[in-house]
Design a protein around this ligand. Structure first.
Ligand SMILES: Nc1ncnc2c1ncn2[C@@H]1O[C@H](COP(=O)(O)OP(=O)(O)OP(=O)(O)O)[C@@H](O)[C@H]1O
Ligand SMILES: Nc1nc2c(c(=O)[nH]1)N=C(CO)CN2
Length: 485
């Protein structure tokens, strides 16, 4: 058998794992990808056309995934060795080649990938026992960190713009092998984990009304086992399905909408103070400390005139886009709480929630990756009132402003408010850096593929996302985190 040069090659098997020496790697996880080559004499299987006489590549893929998502190791060398050991445990395999990729490794300069590549055979056996053998020895293999209790699925690779449905992970596994992803628990890494029942498929429409949606404590990076990522079309809110109360604004591209339906339409930027319909001052629309409703429309004629265009409240709801980010604490829970808090603000109707992206930090000191998403809202608040609502939500969830672009529990930026374009001391619209931030543009383009960023440097959001310098640092963590939670 050893002299036969038959090879079974399996490439691109990926899973989120918790390997690495940095605490953030142990806490947040990242994508690991394995390519394996099995040296197997395939003649007997071919002659009899018998699967049982060869190595079932689907089982190999599942086993590799278990190891990638399994007990954390400091080194990818160790993970590669474990894979080699597990595959060589099959006596029909005379040798294995393993390439282990860590494309999101914390390397402080641009890079594409880092790999280790090993060859093991009967003469050069693996340096570690196969996981499962290892785990039977007292104390061995017990991970020293607490990782999410649910094994995360590999993040969906970024779809090429302009946004076809996100492809499934590349492993060529049959459906029955895909559904029961192994569960890894920090307390036991049992050699043969019981199969996990797949959840029902993800709902057809991933964008949910906010009111009344149950909030589950989903750990960062976790995707419900068996959940099928929604298609991009699923992520686009059907008009009118947005809010729990009055119909929400249309969430369509200004390119697609006719002039009368332009979601970026706002009244004149500098309203006639004598015209009561022209706009309310920011404070009238801001929720009070007790959550007061904004001033009823038509009752603000006596209010002082707006101080600048950012205080002009639109007559009818306009669409605004808010970008949310977090890289301190239980980020996914924080983002979930933030969306709910925004939805609770009088004058804001959340109409769509974007997918969750894990993104390398842009600017600032060295810091952990962010979780980012965008939220589309319809609002009757003025731009400044909307900003203040965002700042209050940040503060309510514990944000402390320390250093610029430093780590933060929660950041909520106003990206656009209707068609408002302007710069004041405290607010610039559109957000001055949105056009170059893939961590904003990619989730936005996912949830509204036809979106257009107005203003200088603006353009179709999907196209801007394609050239944004931080694009390579963005990975989908969870396409339906909002509805699946
Ligand atoms: N479009 C905008 N959205 C949010 N804040 C803005 C905007 N334009 C100006 N600001 C001002 O920026 C101030 C600082 O915001 P913040 O601390 O969130 O900045 P940052 O998130 O660290 O950096 P960046 O603005 O690059 O995202 C806010 O208090 C607000 O007054
Ligand atoms: N990846 C990422 N990088 C950032 C982010 C963010 O939300 N995500 N926010 C910043 C300031 O708002 C600065 N840098």
């Amino acid at each position: 058998m050893g002299d036969v040069a038959d090879l079974i090659r399996l490439t691109g098997v990926s899973a989120t794992g918790y390997h690495g020496v940095l605490p953030a790697e142990r806490r947040d996880g990242q994508t690991f990808v394995a390519d394996v080559v099995l040296h197997v004499d395939t003649r007997e299987a071919a002659a009899g056309d018998r699967l049982d006489a060869t190595v079932d590549y689907a089982s190999v893929a599942v086993r590799v995934t278990e190891i990638l998502a399994g007990a954390p190791a400091d080194l990818i060398e160790t993970v590669a060795e474990r894979i080699a050991a597990a595959l060589l445990a099959d006596p029909r395999v005379s040798a294995v080649d393993v390439v282990l990729h860590k494309p999101q490794a914390p390397i402080p300069v641009p890079f594409t990938d880092v790999t280790v590549e090993i060859h093991r055979d009967r003469a050069t056996p693996p340096a570690v026992p196969a996981p499962g053998v290892l785990d039977l020895t007292a104390g061995a293999g017990v991970p020293d960190v607490v990782a999410p209790p649910v094994a995360p699925l590999p993040p969906a690779p970024l779809p090429p713009a302009p946004m076809p449905p996100a492809p499934l992970p590349p492993a060529p596994m049959p459906p029955e092998a895909l559904a029961p992803m192994p569960t890894w628990s920090p307390l036991s890494d049992a050699p043969e984990p019981p199969p996990v029942a797949p959840l029902p498929p993800a709902p057809a429409v991933a964008v949910a009304p906010v009111g009344g949606v149950a909030v589950g404590a989903v750990p960062v990076g976790a995707v419900p086992v068996g959940a099928v990522p929604p298609t991009i079309a699923d992520l686009v809110l059907p008009t009118g399905a947005a809010s729990s109360g009055a119909p929400g604004p249309e969430v369509t591209s200004p390119l697609e909408a006719g002039p009368a339906a332009d979601p970026f339409d706002v009244p004149a930027l500098v309203p006639d103070p004598l015209d009561p319909a022209a706009g309310a001052p920011a404070d009238a629309a801001l929720p009070g400390p007790g959550g007061d409703a904004p001033a009823p429309r038509g009752q603000h004629a006596a209010a002082p005139p707006p101080s600048d265009r950012m205080d002009v409240a639109p007559e009818a709801p306009v669409q605004a886009v808010l970008a949310l980010g977090s890289n301190v604490g239980a980020s996914q829970d924080t983002l979930r709480a933030a969306v709910r808090a925004l939805a609770d603000v009088p004058g804001i109707e959340v109409s769509a929630v974007g997918p969750l992206a894990r993104t390398a930090a842009v600017g600032g000191p060295e810091q952990p990756d962010f979780l980012n998403t965008v939220v589309l809202v319809g609002t009757v608040l003025s731009p400044r009132a909307l900003l203040h609502a965002c700042l209050e939500v940040e503060a309510g969830l514990g944000r402390v402003r320390a250093e610029r672009w430093g780590p933060r529990t929660l950041d909520v930026d106003v990206i656009v408010h209707g068609s408002t374009i302007g710069v004041t001391d405290d607010l610039e619209l559109p957000h001055p850096r949105a056009h170059e931030r893939a961590f904003v543009l990619l989730p936005w383009a996912q949830v509204d593929p036809g979106a257009v960023l107005p203003g200088l440097g603006g353009g179709p959001v999907a196209a801007l996302a394609e050239t944004a310098p931080d694009r390579e640092g963005v990975r989908w963590v969870n396409l339906d985190w909002w509805t699946a939670g």
